[in-house]
Design a protein around this ligand. Sequence first.
Ligand code: FAD
Ligand code: DLZ
Length: 510
Amino acid sequence: MANLILILGDQLTTDISALENGDRQRDRVVMAEVHDEASYTNHHKKKLVLLFSAMRHFARQLEADGWQVHYQHYHPDNEAQSLEAVIAGQLRDAGADRVITTECGEWRLHEQISQWHERLGMPVEIRPDTRFIASKQEFANWAEGRKQLRMEFFYREMRKKTGLLMTPEGKPEGDQWNFDADNRRKWTGKPPAPAPFRVEPDAITTEVIKQVDEYFADHFGTTEDFHFAVTADDAAQALDYFIDFALPCFGDYQDAMSDDEDWLFHSILSPYINSGLLDPLAVCEAAAQAWYGGRAPINAVEGFIRQILGWREFVRGIYWLNMPGYAAENRLGNSRALPWFYWTGDTKMRCMHKAIDATRRNAYAHHIQRLMVTGNFALLAGIKPEEICDWYLAVYADAYDWVELPNVLGMVMHADGGYLGSKPYAASGKYINRMSDHCKSCHYKVNKSTEGDACPFNALYWHFIDRHRDDFANNPRMGMMYRNWDKQKPEQRAALLKRGEQLLINIEKL
Ligand code: FAD
Ligand code: DLZ
């Protein structure tokens, strides 16, 4: 019996379950660059280059390993522009009698693939994705009966399960599960941040860049200065580089932002982990070894491992437990359209301009820019969840629905009513000033609230607090905000609300 083995663009892992027990002589691996996947959102040009080039390199590697591979290069005139059409064509061509694939990462495509057996009249075996540390079922078992899900408790289970940063007696290394309180330093230029790891484009990547510039000219971002890794070997070098040069400071400056440095001490590994070029557990193990070897402090290593073992696994669990309903949540009743400056970066708010401009150039912004700048603004301004979610899905090289949606809809927009996070990450300009040097070069004044040149985050923060009193006043973690609001003089409150209203009316001009 001959099988078609479908490998998707984010399944670039040689021991992916779909390839297990495959017959290299008889089975045919199918990989395809198709319009439907390349255009279901306005993917950043660098994400398209990364995926197409990584897919092409991966197909070559499979061939070198003895697999027969059918690979479809992108062309707008191709007849088959969906994965289903490619598979249907290959079934006819190869005379195969079964399709094997690994479960895909997004509900959208999962829905389609789960109907293929009927539509194609052929058995379709969908195997579990074993690259995650917790299976979907394991997460569902953990979540069962809990009204609210908290990452911290799930993370501790994952630490115990993997033994990462655990003593032989079953205690957390350093006697603490979480060193978050030690991860909040402002960065003032020292120690210098390492330049990002670079791989210069080879002939395959150069060809893909030309094609993306030609066929996806209207997509967001730029292909200029493309320097991502596109093979597992190069991604492994990016990991080594991070461990050697950035991990030691990752913890201290995890929440910092800078006017001059796009990447600071972040790993920039998410595009590789999410596409399968790096294994998440191996990444965590490499970080843990750096601590055991005295090459990085515990607040850095624990903080880093928590992001992958904790947050990454947690959001994936939430996604699959709650889709498809989760995507339609809008518990704060937001109705405002996404301002156009999210696509251009053309705003006088320095922090927003910097975060969006870096996003446009790099297909990357670090977590605090995503959460506390572009995310915080969308939360305070009451942007429609589906519009801000689509923006995040489009603009980052690491964006896939399963990870983007819970982060944006749940963590940032609180649109799930607090299911993922116990309180919204709403903050005024004071927070941005504490964690960055943006405010000193901003058109707006962070120490003003109601004047025409006052930082928009300030009045918008209080406007948000006031208009959502019914949603949050009884939240114990928000009580202090309401006490602070109620303590202010009525004239000051009225002036803040008036300024907030004006900002929202003139949102496109900020
Ligand atoms: P580092 O700061 O070096 O962190 C290490 C790793 O931890 C990352 O590579 C990533 O794999 C993981 N990680 C960290 N935080 C999270 C998190 N909250 N959820 C899941 N994994 C996490 N991450 C994505 O991979 N894809 C997305 O589409 C995405 N969208 C986001 C949208 C918003 C609004 C927010 C607040 C966060 C989002 N994140 C997303 C999480 C996080 O911002 C990115 O994983 C991180 O910025 C990637 O850069 P890095 O590799 O340098 O991460
Ligand atoms: C993101 C993406 C893009 C841009 N293009 C392709 C493609 O042409 N072919 C493919 O197989 N996969 C692509 N992907 C990744 C898929 O969209 C991804 O597998 C699903 O969204 C599930 O996570």
